[in-house]
Design a protein around this ligand. Sequence first.
Ligand SMILES: *[C@@H]1O[C@H](CO)[C@@H](O)[C@H](O)[C@H]1NC(C)=O
Ligand SMILES: *[C@@H]1O[C@H](CO)[C@@H](O)[C@H](O)[C@H]1NC(C)=O
Ligand SMILES: *[C@@H]1O[C@H](CO)[C@@H](O)[C@H](O)[C@H]1NC(C)=O
Ligand SMILES: *[C@@H]1O[C@H](CO)[C@@H](O)[C@H](O)[C@H]1NC(C)=O
Length: 492
Amino acid sequence: MADGPTGAVLALLGVLSVYAASGSGPVVERETGGETEWAEPWDGAVFRPPSALGAVGMTRSPRTPQPGREEAGDLPVLLWWSPGLFPHFSGDSERIECARGACVASRNRRVLRDSRTRALLFYGTDFRASDAPLPRLAHQSWALLHEESPLNNFLLSHGPGIRLFNLTSTFSRHSDYPLSLQWLPGTAYLRRPVPPLQERAEWRRRGYAPLLYLQSHCDVPADRDRYVRELMRHIPVDSYGKCLQNRELPAARLQDTATATTEDPELLAFLSRYKFHLALENAICNDYMTEKLWRPMHLGAVPVYRGSPSVRDWMPNNHSIILIDDFESPQKLAEFIDFLDKNDEEYMKYLAYKQPGGITNQFLLDSLKHREWGLNDPLLPNYLNGFECFVCDHELARLDAEKAHAASPSDSPSPETHIAQPSHMDCPMPTPGFGNVEEIPENDSWKEMWLQDYWQGLDQGEALTAMIHNNETQQRKFWDYLHEIFMKRQHL
Ligand SMILES: *[C@@H]1O[C@H](CO)[C@@H](O)[C@H](O)[C@H]1NC(C)=O
Ligand SMILES: *[C@@H]1O[C@H](CO)[C@@H](O)[C@H](O)[C@H]1NC(C)=O
Ligand SMILES: *[C@@H]1O[C@H](CO)[C@@H](O)[C@H](O)[C@H]1NC(C)=O
Ligand SMILES: *[C@@H]1O[C@H](CO)[C@@H](O)[C@H](O)[C@H]1NC(C)=O
C-alpha cells in the first residue's frame, strides 16, 4: 500500500509510513515534545506514582470468572500498540478479569494479525500516523486512552483523527470511559478547611502579592503567559515557576522538582499562603481540568481560572472560582481581585462550599459517586486497568453478539458499529492568551508552533484516513499537498 510515489513522499516527510505487518514490528522510540515532567514540574503527568496509577497492575475488582472462556487460548486479546509507557505489567501479556469475563492484555506486536486480537489499545500521546498498524483489520476495534490535553497530539482534536477510533477514554464526559475528574480524589479533598485569613493577611503585610502563579511550562497552546503578563501590569502577581518568574521558592529543595513533587507538604503549605491562585490550563478543551484547578480549592485558595469552557458544570457550587473569561479585560479582573482581597466577607463566600452541605452540585456528586475507578484508592481499580476492562467487556459483548447473529441472523442483528466522535476530544483551535491573532507578529513562537501543530494534526488525520480507506483520489490529493510543502521547504 505504501509503494509508489505516494508512499515514498509520505515517508520522506515523516508523515506516514506503513507498518509492515509480519513478524515483530519496529519498536518506535517515544517521541519527545510532550509535556514532560521536566518541562512542567507542577503539571504532574498522570503516569507517575503516586498519582492515578497507584500500585500498577495490582488492583482489579475481584470477579467470578465466567464458565466457557477458561482456556487462555480462547480469550480475546487486547494489544497495547503504544510502546514506551507500557508495560504496566511485568511480562509480555497478562490475563485480566473483568465484569463479563477474562481477556489477555498483551504488548507483543506479533499478535497483531491473530484472529483472537480483538482490540488495539493506543495511548494518545504516542499515537503517530507513521506508526499506525495498517492495513486495518475489520474485526479489530481501535481504543484510545488519552487523558491529557491535545498539546501532545493535535491529530486527535480533529474529526478525521478521532474518528479513527471506536472506543475512547478521554477527559471528556462524552467519551466512552470518561476521565473528567481524573485529578479530583473526592469531596473530602475539596472540604479541607481554609487556613485562618489572619495568617494570609500577615503574609500580605510582609509583601506577598494577592495572586500566585506557578508555572514552568511556558510555551503552551493556551498561550497563558501572554495573559498573565498583561494582568501583572494591573495587580501584583508572585511568580515562582520558570514562566514570568519574579520570586524564588523559599527552599532549594522546593525549587528542585526531583526532590519536591506537586504533593510535597512543605510546598503545599507554602502555596496556601496565597489567597488567589492563577490556574490556567495548558490547552483549552471542554472538560479538560487538572490539578491546577482542584489544588487551590483543596488549599482553600480561590482559583482564577481559564481552561475548560464547561468548568461551571463541575464546580461544587455556583460561586467557587473566578473565571478569567467573565472579565472583559485583565484590568477589570485585577480590580475585582483587589476588591475581594480587601473584603473578607465577599472573599469567604467563594469558600462556602467547604461548609457542611456546601457542595450542592448534584452532577459533581453523582459523577464522583458513579465513577468506577479511583485515585490512590486501594479499593478501586486505577483508570488504566479500568479502561482495559472496559474494552475487554465491550469486546466480549461484541463477540457474543456476533455469535448470536451468525447462529440466527433473523433474530439477532449484527453488532452496531461504534465510532468515536469529535466531542470525545473537544479542543477548539488555539487562540492567543491575550489580544487578536492578527496583531501578533508572524515570528511569535506561539503562533509558529501551535497554530502549525494544530493544522498539521488535521493533515495527518486526513492522510491516515486516506491510507486506511485506500482511497486513491484522496491519496493523490495528499501527495500533491505534501509535494508542495516539500518544495517549499527546499526553498527555505
Ligand atoms: C447560585 O446558587 C444560589 C444558592 O443555591 C442561588 O440562590 C442563586 O440563584 C444561584 N445563582 C446562579 C447565578 O445560578
Ligand atoms: C471502528 O471504526 C471504524 C472507523 O474508524 C469503522 O469503520 C469500523 O466499522 C468500526 N468497528 C467497529 C467494530 O465498530
Ligand atoms: C520578529 O520580527 C521583528 C521584526 O519583524 C523583530 O524585531 C523581532 O526581533 C523578531 N522576533 C523574534 C523572536 O525573532
Ligand atoms: C475518495 O475521496 C474523495 C475525496 O475526499 C471522495 O470524494 C470519494 O468519494 C472517495 N472515494 C471512495 C471510494 O471512498
